[in-house]
Design a binder for this molecule. Structure first.
Ligand code: SRM
Ligand code: SF4
Length: 562
């Protein structure tokens, strides 16, 4: 049979382990863009070519090429960085980016609006700060998530250590990054990629480590998940999960979001072997023809879970023990101060949609800089695009809180629903956006907050997530209310997440404009206010009330409403 591989496979195979012609593309001053093949390879180095979509039409009419610039995403396992690193991140964003820093749903940061000539200096500057962008994007393991909330410091330190080790272990081994950006020594010919091989993975791959009862990493939405099983502060091992993912395509029932399956329990020392085995099964069995069906979730769906598990066991040289029982009770961040047994305090700040910038309303960027100048602990970016000032001594709490308050960084005075909600980037930089998200969500939330107040449900947090397209970057399919961009000013409304990230929601109404959306929500809020039971979450109510049926098999019933 003649199988036509996806063109990306050839680009990877011809790239000489991710070198491509990036040097030549960078030297070409006639265009702000890269060659089309290099624009694919650049992702493995952590950056995407983009153009300002607000200016697209106007520049087309003027016969100008699009206003190209780049987005760079760093690798920062568990979202942890030092105050000095934050000061460097801040300076680079101001001097070589667009003056803002974007905290992401995978606990790292992005710069937008980088001009081609500034890319190399920018990559060099972050590397001087001991941060790289290798595998920030591309068909490899991405930034590894880890529960960032260090209220149990000893345990957190150990689990975070595993997140770092997984990230290092699954890094591409090519020297291309060092050669091209850091002027490292050129290696003649290719070198081996022992885990990935020369065509890397069929598609992106994502790993998360969770510490129950908090599911702030949304562990079930990752290709590979490790759930820490603990006895007091002692790590016994991990329940391993595989096959989660959010991305879908509107009206294509062969694509769907999916929650990960449980593979079983392993002791800590088997973590890297299992991670590598799962990656290698996906490398060998993943779909290299259709990128739309290339994620691990589809591989498992095709192979069957039992076959997948035995293939992983064979490659890792182990047998999974039965999973331990765990309970997750929350999703998202817990704001304000928490203390730990070592007398250190940790302050979770609120950064709306992760955009760190100074505006007339709030000077978030300046505020964080001021904190970084005096802070002695570390910073942790959360999977909900916020920032934790971690490891503060008792005598510095007042000063840090004072700075945070002055610059609008504290969560206080915001509604519980706003604090539980996130939106993806979307316009103007994201090429995939069909509708607004980050720029529109705060304003829409204000109307929704007024509606919640009118209905007397304003004290209840509802996890609400908006994305500009169905790719699912803000993980909207595990929200109690998911708003997924369908076209300019239009959203699909999904309902029924359980508030802990353990249940997929379901499509409830399609293609709503703002007034249709608000009217639908108002009706839902009215019946929730009238008929919701005490302490019952909104997502639980809509399921119990029969407004949406839970998704049992996403491949079968995901696109069916309601
Ligand atoms: Fe994402 C593509 C932004 C987390 C699923 N994502 C993109 C691109 C690069 C658009 C593109 O293809 O060129 C977006 C860049 C926008 C911009 O201008 O910055 C983008 N994704 C983001 C971020 C910044 C959203 C945010 O507001 O924080 C997140 C960066 C994460 C990171 O630091 O690594 C981000 N993306 C996610 C997540 C959530 C997660 O991983 O926990 C998902 C859903 C989980 C998953 O992967 O299944 C996600 N992004 C996608 C997809 C759909 C993948 C699929 O399986 O179909 C795409 C499109 C693609 O890969 O073709 C995509
Ligand atoms: Fe872009 Fe879609 Fe991801 Fe939003 S969900 S950042 S619109 S790819």
């Amino acid at each position: 049979m003649d199988i036509k591989l996806n063109p990306n496979e050839l680009i990877k195979a011809n790239s000489r382990y991710l070198r491509g012609t990036l040097r030549e593309s960078m030297a070409d001053q006639a265009s702000g863009a890269l060659s089309p093949d290099d624009a694919q390879i650049s992702k493995f180095h952590g950056f995407y070519e983009q153009d300002d979509r607000d200016q697209r039409l106007q520049r087309q009419q003027q016969f100008l090429e699009p206003y190209y610039s780049f987005m760079l995403r760093a690798r920062l396992p568990g979202g942890v960085c030092t105050p000095q690193q934050w000061l460097d991140i801040d300076a680079v964003g101001r001097e070589l980016g667009n003056g803002s820093i974007r905290l992401t749903t995978r606990q790292t940061f992005q710069y937008h609006g980088i001009l081609k000539r500034n890319l190399k200096p920018l990559i060099q500057r972050i590397n001087q700060a001991m941060i790289d962008s290798i595998g920030g994007c591309g068909d490899v393991n991405r930034n590894v998530l880890c529960n960032p909330n260090p209220e149990r410091s000893t345990l957190h330190e150990e689990v975070y250590g595993w997140a770092r080790r997984i990230s290092e272990h699954l890094l591409p081994k090519t020297r291309a990054y060092h050669e091209i950006w850091l002027d490292g020594e050129q290696v003649t010919g290719g070198e081996a990629e022992p885990i990935y091989g020369e065509t890397y993975l069929p598609r992106k791959f994502k790993t998360a480590v969770a510490i129950p009862p908090h599911n702030d990493v949304d562990v079930y939405t990752n290709d590979l998940g490790f759930v820490a099983i603990v006895d007091g502060d002692r790590l016994l091992g991990f329940n391993v999960l595989a096959g989660g993912g959010m991305g879908a395509t509107h009206d294509d029932p062969s694509t769907f979001p999916r929650l990960a399956d449980e593979l079983g329990f392993i002791p800590p020392e088997q973590t890297l072997a299992v991670a590598e085995a799962v990656v290698s099964v996906q490398r060998d069995y993943g779909d290299r023809v259709s990128r739309r069906h290339a994620r691990l979730k589809y591989t498992i769906q095709r192979m069957g879970l039992a076959t997948f598990i035995s293939e992983v066991e064979q490659r890792a040289g182990l047998r999974f023990e039965p999973s331990h029982r765990v309970q997750f009770t929350s999703q998202g961040d817990r704001y304000g101060w928490v203390g730990d047994a070592g007398d250190r305090y940790h302050l979770t700040l609120y950064i709306e949609n992760g955009r760190v910038v100074d505006t007339p309303d709030a000077s978030l960027m300046s505020g964080l800089r001021e904190i970084a100048e005096i802070h002695q602990g570390d910073f942790r970016i959360t999977p909900s695009q916020n920032l934790i000032v971690a490891g503060v001594a008792q005598d510095q709490k007042g000063t840090i809180e004072g700075i945070a308050r002055r610059h609008g960084l504290l969560a206080e005075d915001r509604s519980p629903t706003r604090l539980a909600s996130i939106a993806c980037v979307a316009f103007p930089t994201c090429p995939q956006a069909m509708a607004e998200a980050e720029r529109y969500f705060p304003e829409l939330l204000q109307t929704i907050e007024e509606m919640a107040q009118r209905n007397g449900i304003h004290r209840q947090a509802i996890v609400m997530r908006m994305t500009g397209c169905p790719n699912g970057c803000a993980r909207p399919y595990v929200a109690e209310i998911g708003l997924v961009g369908k076209g300019p000013g239009r959203y699909n409304l999904h309902l029924g997440g359980d508030g802990t990230g353990l249940r997929l929601n379901r499509l409830y109404r399609k293609n709503l404009n703002e007034s249709e959306l608000l009217q639908t929500l108002d009706e839902l809020f009215q019946s929730y206010a009238a008929e919701g039971q005490s302490q019952e979450r909104f997502g639980e109510f809509v399921v119990r009330h029969g407004l949406v049926r839970p998704v049992i098999d996403p491949a079968e019933d995901y696109h069916e409403s309601p």
